[in-house]
Structure formats: structure tokens, C-alpha cells
Design a protein. Structure first.
Length: 393
């Protein structure tokens, strides 16, 4: 089975996913979900990155200090401020009565195999998360690339069958967490429905080998209507392994090096990676033009703990576990949250320059409410001077 590649969104430069022809964790009969991306910008003399959306979405939970959800709020009861300026707010849907499109993303590489025994209750927990409303679930595993184990289906048996295909895919293989979440976001973008969209990420805390442009990822997560819920293996073990790995050498941030051309998919229509030597790619190395310091901070946070930052940027939640019961408790908590948030939206002001927009949400009728939502988003145009294109090394 060939690994999958990220489709490109028309308004943004999207991630180039590495494609490896070996090490697939599923049966060879499983078909990859490929689609032809739009043309990729290759004019290195005029590289321009645009982050803009007609709407900014804010998945927002409102709870009392005792933990109970506050139901029945109307748009006029919310005050949403973008850089201190109040915005006209809409509530996109009633989360309790609307459907759910869910992508379950599970790491299969590295030490993930040792955690599989704790995931025995995952099929039943997914049923609980989906609830009684209309829903569809897709299952994706990943190591050095993402693999679809099961396409979107509302049949619980189809989800169980997809999860039964989950197998270890190599102890030393990469774990392209960022690439795979970005791929799942684009899967959800293509759904022809008005369901809520969510990603359940089960992985270690750090990314190993992703090739996505990290500023693209940060910008997309800040405006998307997809919520990422991350349930991570114990971070203490990840930190210990990092310490052991670098105990006799100076620690360096991982370099995301593209695979050799022989390892990429042979289908040029399905793989934007074939143009990666021409397309400006921001991997882990600093670009040759200046990024705003706030964006650099977000990118560094994404490197340090990918699972946590992916959830935070999208307005979701990050939880870690060490036992099977801890894993199941984490999913119960997510099940409660995924059915009890308000999906707020507003039309953002146009931004001539690439800048961070700080968000604040208040409910004056409930001044003591605990509000969980995303805190900021990026908008505007990031333009590099001729010749100063951010190239991966």
C-alpha cells in the first residue's frame, strides 16, 4: 500500500507530505485516498504566504466553576473581541443536535505498539463519542506517513474493522504527527455536510519527521472549524528517551529531511512532494526572511509538544495517560466536551500585513463562567523579498 499525501487547499500553500513506498501498516488491498491537488506555486522569486478566512471559528465551552456546562446561550450573550474590537457573533449550530465527522488518528510507529494493549476499549469509546446524532468516522494510522485504515462511515462495524487493521509499523520509523493531523483536517474539509468536525489524536507528544510548513499549520489551526483532541502517551517517558538519546551529544532539534525520490509515490498527480525541490518549504530550519516573534514562539511550541499545541491552537484539549483506565477516562472527558461546545464564528477584519490577532470571549450574564476556546489566530500576507525564499535543508 502506498502512503497518502496531503491535498492542497486552494487559498493556501499546503504541506508536502513525505511518501514512503514501504512499511505500510495495513494490508496491500487497502486503497489509499489520493486526490489531485491544484497547481503548486513554484515562483521562487516572489514567495507569498496568505492566511485569511471568510470566517474565524471559535469552538467554545462555557462551564460553571463547579464543572457543569451552561446550556442555551444565544449569540447576543457572547462578546468576542478581536484585538480588543468587539465582533458580530453567530452560533453556527446546536452541537447537541447536529452530526459529527470524526477522524481517529492513531500512531503505529516507535513505542506506540507498547501502548496498544491500553486501547482495547477504543471501538466502544468511539461509539460513545459519536453519540446518537448522525455521525461518520474515519480511521487513520501513521508512522512515517499517514494511512487510511477506514474511510468515513456511520456503521460502527466498519469502524471496528478499520481499528482491527491497526498494527505496529516499525520501532524506529518516523512519527509524522503534524503531517497526519494536517492531512486529516483536509479530509474533513472535503466532507459535503454541515457536521461538526473533530480529530481524535492518539500519539506520543513529539513529532518525528513531518515536512509540513509549520507556519501554514499554525495559521490553519487558528481559523479552522475542526477541533483537535489529543490523548498522548506518558510525556515523562518521551522526556526520558530524549534525555538518553542526547546524553552523550549536544542536543539538536530534529531535521525534517525529505526522503529520496525513489521512496516517493510514482503517481505525480497524487503527490505534491514531487515539486518540493522547487516549492519553498519551511521545515525546521529558520526561513531566510523574518517571521513575527509571536509566530516563532508558536512554531517552537509545536516542535516541543506537537500533541499539546495542535489541540491548543484548534481550541481542543490535550490529555495524557499511562494506564488503560486513564485512557478510557480521557475519552469520556472528550466525549462530554465534543457534544457540549458552542461553535461561534465571526467575519474577521482584513489584514494588510501578517499579524497575530488576539481573541477574547466573555459571557457578561455569567461573569464567573470558565470559558475554553482558542486564544488567537493569524491573518494577512507574509511576503518575502525576491531571492529570500525559505528553503528546507
Amino acid at each position: 500500500m502506498k502512503p497518502l499525501t496531503t491535498p492542497a487547499a486552494a487559498a493556501m500553500l499546503l504541506a508536502c507530505l513525505s511518501a514512503a513506498a514501504q512499511g505500510a501498516p495495513v494490508e496491500s488491498g487497502q486503497s489509499p485516498r489520493n486526490s489531485s491537488p491544484p497547481p503548486i506555486q513554484t515562483d521562487a522569486g516572489n514567495y507569498k504566504f496568505t492566511a485569511h478566512s471568510n470566517l474565524v471559528f471559535l469552538p467554545t465551552q462555557v462551564r460553571r466553576k463547579t464543572g457543569e456546562t451552561i446550556y442555551g446561550l444565544k449569540p447576543e450573550q457572547f462578546i468576542v473581541e478581536d484585538n480588543g474590537v468587539s465582533q458580530a457573533v453567530q452560533i453556527e449550530e446546536d452541537p447537541e443536535s447536529s452530526g459529527l465527522s470524526l477522524v481517529v488518528v492513531v500512531q503505529c510507529s516507535g513505542f506506540a505498539a507498547s501502548e496498544f494493549s491500553k486501547l482495547k476499549g477504543l471501538p466502544a469509546m468511539i461509539d460513545e463519542i459519536a453519540g446518537d446524532a448522525p455521525h461518520e468516522v474515519s480511521v487513520v494510522s501513521f508512522g512515517e506517513a499517514p494511512y487510511v485504515l477506514g474511510g468515513f462511515s456511520g456503521d460502527p462495524d466498519a469502524t471496528r474493522l478499520a481499528l482491527s487493521k491497526l498494527k505496529p509499523c516499525g520501532h524506529s520509523a518516523g512519527a509524522v504527527t503534524i503531517d497526519t493531523v494536517y492531512y486529516a483536517m483536509n479530509m474533513l474539509k472535503r466532507r459535503q455536510n454541515h457536521y461538526r468536525r473533530a480529530i481524535l489524536l492518539i500519539s506520543e507528544t513529539r513529532d518525528h519527521g513531518s515536512r509540513s510548513k509549520l507556519h501554514d499549520v499554525v495559521a490553519e489551526l487558528g481559523i479552522t472549524d475542526t477541533v483537535v483532541y489529543s490523548v498522548a502517551f506518558s510525556p515523562a517517558r518521551d522526556q526520558l528517551l530524549d534525555a538518553l538519546q542526547y546524553s552523550h551529544e549536544k542536543r539538536q532539534e530534529p531535521t525534517f529531511t525529505p526522503p529520496p525520490s525513489s521512496a516517493r509515490t510514482s503517481d505525480p498527480a497524487a503527490s505534491p512532494a514531487e515539486s518540493s525541490d522547487k516549492e519553498p518549504i519551511y521545515l525546521i530550519h529558520p526561513p531566510l526572511f523574518s517571521l513575527p516573534p509571536e509566530l516563532i514562539m508558536a512554531i517552537n511550541a509545536l516542535r516541543r509538544n506537537s500533541a499539546s499545541e495542535l489541540a491548543s491552537l484548534s481550541g481542543g484539549e490535550y490529555i495524557n495517560f499511562t494506564t488503560q483506565s486513564g485512557f478510557e477516562q480521557s475519552l469520556r472527558r472528550i466525549s462530554n466536551q465534543i457534544h457540549n461546545y458552542y461553535l461561534l464564528s465571526f467575519k474577521p477584519p482584513s489584514s494588510p500585513t501578517y499579524s497575530l490577532h488576539t481573541l477574547r470571549v466573555r459571557v457578561p450574564d455569567h461573569p464567573d463562567a470558565v470559558i475554553q476556546t482558542r486564544k488567537n489566530y493569524w491573518s494577512g500576507i507574509l511576503d518575502s523579498p525576491s531571492g529570500n525564499v525559505p528553503q528546507g535543508k
